[in-house]
Design a protein. Structure first.
Lengths: 317, 276
């Protein structure tokens, strides 16, 4: 039953003869009138630029003379995949994305389970937990950089006080600690989102089932696996996909904290593509690097849909 | 009974730790803004804000640059909010209520845009903006920010309209109401909370946006706060108290609005996400 059929229907009813019969707006063009402005907008500012990037990835183009492109086929792709630095970037991206997914979904689940039981002040607690998610990324990068400051940062002062201080204290300048620091900041910003989403998923867990399982003598872990996990599984999967896509495109937090350094220790695909475009001024290889990220996202989305469909079938059986 | 008590205590402690972790960085921003130099660089830093230094906020705004940045951010954010919600409502309505050729493709495109990094799109958009003389203008930023937040706005509103029974519209339509009138008179009042949520999302998307602003704006007077604050990082000239005061003023509205609209924003975000 569609509105389209409905708008034609009046012709045969007694209303067809009335003053305001089916107007031209009620024709098959109606939906297009509603969506045309937005669609045009997305076409101009998203689809066309993306197509240009795809084209650029097959050319040699420099930022200094961007209107002059030389078609080079797959050269850019050949070059980046042959470059050990790019393979390192892929590795860093992989580590960053996996750690974000596991960290954000894992901590979100723990916090959601903590806040799921009723207690006084739960409403306030739930509101306060969302603060990191609401804070602008720029402000987060700034305060994280200040807290991690080698001399006066509160993190170093604390680590020194408990005897875990990093020698010299420059966490963001250390190839070893920069990535964990950026990851911790990212996960700090993401966990409110995952926990709030999981919290609403937990509302669907039937309490009587939980109680029944407990009465039957099942331990907490077994109850969780048998009841809670079954209900929230799809949400966990959805969040994992979302976190993957978001982490693959995250720019400003990493860029402002480390610019991808030191020596590439935090250089993800997006950071690499930005410095290729604006430092090395190589728009062609920058576009190719960007396409690698887009293709990875596409594979993750498609793969997750296939898995979800397979799981659904399994459940029906 | 005793075991229950221990469990409860452990839970309360765990919740307090989580809340501390969640809130501490912003608290620390405030403490830093309100510290004296002596406090900042002392061996034992001050852990509670010194209200006596409240003047730092007044100075930060009076000094000029910061107030201008925040004003630019406000203009960009309001423009983006109006444009993206204005375009998103009819798009969401079309997706929810009509069946038409290309609907599946359009939905797919909306979801697909969610994975495009701004850093990738900045080069072709720069070329486009140069051709249409939109560089170094707040209008240009409103346009590009609206385009980037429009898909999520439209998907959330589609979900909201899906939840309205069609019978309500059919009655209005039978009385000769045109589709657009039906949308504005019947649907929009009913999805007002979702419209508010998408307005908050769109506003702060633009308020927080950095990549396009830093690339497309050259005139310092046109810089939004995101760029101005980002320039503080690694720069040594400005006192850290001023930096933190400006950053705090930039952060506060975002946090306050999200807390106020939280219920709707979260249900909207998950609805949009689940549809994906």
């Amino acid at each position: 039953m569609t509105v389209l059929e409905r708008t034609r229907a009046p012709k045969t009813t007694r209303r067809s003869g009335t003053r305001r019969g089916p107007s031209p707006l009620g024709s098959k063009w109606t939906p297009y009138l509603f969506l045309a402005p937005a669609a045009l907008f997305i076409l101009v500012f998203q689809a066309v630029p993306l197509a240009q990037e795809v084209y650029l990835s097959f050319t040699r183009t420099t930022l200094l003379n961007p209107t002059r492109s030389q078609w080079v086929g797959l050269d850019n792709y050949d070059r980046i995949f042959g470059d050990p630095d790019f393979r390192h970037t892929l590795l860093i991206t992989f580590v960053y994305v996996i750690a974000c997914v596991v960290g954000a979904v894992g901590s979100g689940l723990v916090v959601a389970l903590l806040l799921n039981k009723g207690f006084r002040g739960r409403g306030v607690a739930r509101a306060l937990v969302t603060v990191p998610w609401a804070a602008p990324g720029i402000a987060v990068a700034l305060i994280a950089t200040w807290m991690l400051n080698a001399q006066y940062g509160i993190v170093n002062r604390f680590l020194d006080a408990v005897g875990l201080g990093v020698p010299g204290g420059a966490i963001l300048d250390s190839p070893r600690y920069a990535l964990p620091a950026v990851l911790a900041t990212t996960i700090w910003q993401l966990f409110p989102f995952t926990s709030v989403v999981l919290l609403s998923a937990l509302q669907a867990v039937p309490q009587d089932l939980n109680e029944a399982a407990t009465v039957d003598g099942a331990g907490r872990w077994a109850t969780f696996r048998a009841v809670t996990w079954q209900v929230i599984k799809p949400t966990v999967g959805l969040l994992a996909v979302l976190m993957t896509i978001w982490s693959l495109r995250r720019f400003e937090l990493i860029w402002l904290m480390t610019k991808g350094g030191p020596v590439g220790a935090t250089e993800t695909l997006v950071i690499d593509l930005y410095s290729q475009a604006f430092d090395s001024k190589e728009l062609g290889s920058a576009a190719a690097i960007g396409m690698v990220g887009v293709v990875i996202s596409l594979i993750v989305i498609t793969g997750s849909r296939l898995v979800a469909r397979a799981v659904e079938k399994e459940d029906v059986r | 009974m005793r075991r229950f008590r221990i469990g409860l205590t452990a839970r309360i402690i765990a919740v307090l730790v989580v809340l501390g972790v969640a809130v501490f960085p912003l608290y620390w921003m405030l403490v830093t803004a309100l510290s004296s130099n002596a406090d900042l660089f002392a061996d034992r830093p001050r852990l509670v804000p010194d209200i006596g230094h409240f003047g730092v906020f007044v100075d930060a705004l009076a000094e000029g640059k910061a107030a201008g940045w925040l004003l630019n951010s406000l203009v960009i954010a309001v423009g983006t909010m109006v444009l993206s919600v204005g375009l998103g409502i009819p798009l969401g309505y079309a997706l929810s209520r009509f069946s038409f050729r290309g609907k599946a493709v359009l939905t797919l495109v909306l979801l697909f845009t969610q994975m495009l990094p701004e850093a990738l799109m900045v080069v072709p958009l720069f070329a486009l903006f140069r051709r249409f003389d939109l560089l170094d203008s707040l209008t240009g930023l409103v346009l590009v920010n609206s385009a980037f937040v429009l898909p999520i706005v439209a998907l959330i509103l589609k979900g909201a309209i899906d939840g309205i029974p069609r019978e309500l519209e059919e009655a209005a339509r039978a009385d000769g109401g045109r589709p657009f009138t039906v949308l504005t008179r019947i649907n929009m009042p009913l999805i007002a909370p979702s419209i508010a949520a998408t307005a908050v999302i769109a506003f702060f998307h633009a308020w927080n946006e950095y990549v396009f602003a830093v690339t497309f704006i050259f005139t310092p007077e046109l810089q939004p706060a995101s760029v101005g604050i980002a320039n503080f990082i690694g720069e040594l000239g400005t006192p850290i108290q001023t930096v933190m005061a400006v950053a705090f003023l930039f952060t506060l509205p975002a946090v306050a609005f999200y807390l106020l609209a939280q219920k709707y924003v979260v249900s909207g975000m998950t609805a949009g996400a689940v549809k994906g």
